[in-house]
Design a protein around this ligand. Structure first.
Ligand code: SAJ
Length: 428
């Protein structure tokens, strides 16, 4: 039975380790977070994803998955550790480096090492390979090295890990083929083979594509308001074109992927990535713009109370990383607003725990305005009458076009919608 050592038990490593264990591999899941390991040993997960707990419990129960803080010898090593950006927007590869160093002494002839973490093109060969070769073994001759990025949509992670096509890039054909053997055990999508640098690049292109198109939607939202057009109606009509597919404007771009990955390209090609850098500036500017406009809308009140709905980086996920909502909240707290927060997916957030409400009703009590920053399905189901009667004045600002504005107006609310009448209030 082949043994697989998965380093990093986060959003990608944990489901990957578990799925491989249910496919008959002997898997050791490794993470440096001792609490995470202790919780997993008791079957407790820190990630909320549909079907993930079922898969993890099946893997643990089958005894094919064990978890530990220390790696062990194996036939295959999969590195799926975080690769954030630092304050200078440069890739922070410390986790990849320490993961490589932690297995350099235990890799053996014939082993396969697969890097899954999203990295700047060239990282696998220029950074990870030399670390692994401290073992005295040579990549290609003695052990195989490949890169295979994940492309799962948070919120439907387990499904996409299996169903989506996969890209694999090896340092040589043998590495690609050996890596493909592993993924063939659970990937139902097509497995596309390329070289290792192209595989690193493809992942970044996918997320940069989204970032650029979201920036285009955001820029058009601002232009539409200036020109008196409803951006949501315009996008709906433009997308009727068979080859046009506008993304949605919003209060900014969050998550540990789309807001991060394009910077890896800027880092490697600073002189040739003008559009990508500008894209990041446009998307990172949105939370500031939203906070400034809220400030203008509410300046009719001496000490307005604001109820902010939605802290996570996008609808119906519990992930807060790089969330634009947090940036808007921080801006408004700094401006001295009296704020209450509500997010059905967030029960605890140290920095804002004192203003975090447990229910919609608690959050809107005596409030002047509801600011919607995340498109949780639940927000679309709120009965405006029920919240309106608890509020001091009835304003609602919808930055995601996710509630029925006519219904809210019928309940006496003044509605502001990003891309309609929010950003260009003639107050700029
Ligand atoms: N957003 C908009 N408008 C849109 C779409 C998204 O403002 O039309 C915002 C969201 O609110 C969120 C951010 O952009 O704050 C990112 O959301 P997302 O759904 O576009 O991206 P992620 O980070 O949830 O998942 C993406 C996916 N990449 C692609 O779709 C190309 C996923 O497949 C990747 O695997 C994931 O990044 C990742 O791990 O890289």
């Amino acid at each position: 039975m082949k043994k697989v050592c998965v380093l990093g038990l986060g959003y990608i490593g944990l489901p990957t380790a578990s799925i491989l264990a249910t496919k008959g591999y002997k898997v050791i899941g490794v993470d440096i977070d001792e609490d995470l390991i202790a919780n997993l040993q008791q079957g407790k997960l820190s990630i909320a994803e549909p079907d993930l707990d079922t898969i993890v419990h099946a893997a643990l129960f089958s005894k094919n998955l064990t978890v530990s803080i220390k790696p062990a010898e194996a036939n295959v090593f999969i590195i799926s550790v975080p690769t954030p950006i630092d304050e200078n927007k440069k890739a922070d590869l410390r986790c990849v480096i320490s993961a490589g160093e932690s297995i350099a002494s235990i890799i053996r002839q014939g082993n396969v090492v697969i890097l899954e973490s999203t990295v700047p093109p060239g990282t696998a060969v220029e950074i990870l390979q030399p670390i692994l070769e401290k073992s005295g073994l040579r990549a290609g001759d003695d052990f195989s090295l490949a890169f295979s990025p994940e492309r799962v949509l948070p919120g439907q992670l387990v499904y996409e890990l299996v169903e989506n096509d996969r890209v694999i890039g090896g340092i040589d054909d043998k590495s690609s083929e050996l890596a493909k053997e592993i993924y063939k055990s659970f990937v139902k999508g097509k497995i596309n083979i390329t070289d290792i640098r192209t595989a690193e690049m493809v992942k970044l292109m996918e997320n940069t594509f989204r970032d650029v198109n979201i920036a285009l939607a955001n820029e058009f939202a601002i232009i539409a308001e200036q020109l008196g057009v409803n951006i949501w109606e315009a996008i709906g009509l433009a997308n009727q074109h068979p080859r046009v597919n506008f993304m949605k404007p919003g209060p900014g771009v969050g998550g540990h992927c789309i807001a991060v990955d394009p910077w890896f390209i800027v880092e490697k090609a600073p002189n040739n990535s003008k559009l990508i850098r500008k894209t990041r500036e446009i998307n990172d500017q949105m939370p500031i713009l939203v906070a400034n406009m809220v400030n203008k809308i509410l300046n009719f009140k001496k000490k307005p109370k604001l109820s902010i709905f939605g802290m996570t980086y996008k609808g119906d996920v519990s992930d807060i990383r790089e969330s634009p909502s947090i940036k808007v909240i921080q801006e408004l707290v700094t401006k001295g607003f009296d704020i209450s927060l509500y997010d059905p997916f967030v029960q605890f957030y140290p920095k804002f725990n004192n203003i975090l409400s447990k229910t919609v009703e608690e959050s809107v009590e005596n409030s002047d305005c509801i600011l919607i920053l995340t498109e949780h399905k639940l927000f679309g189901e709120i009965i405006p009458d029920n919240v309106g009667k608890l509020m001091r004045s009835k304003l609602v600002i919808d930055t995601r076009n996710c509630v029925e504005h006519a219904l809210w107006r019928k309940s006496g609310f003044k509605t502001f919608v990003l891309g309609v009448n929010f950003l260009d209030l003639n107050l700029q």
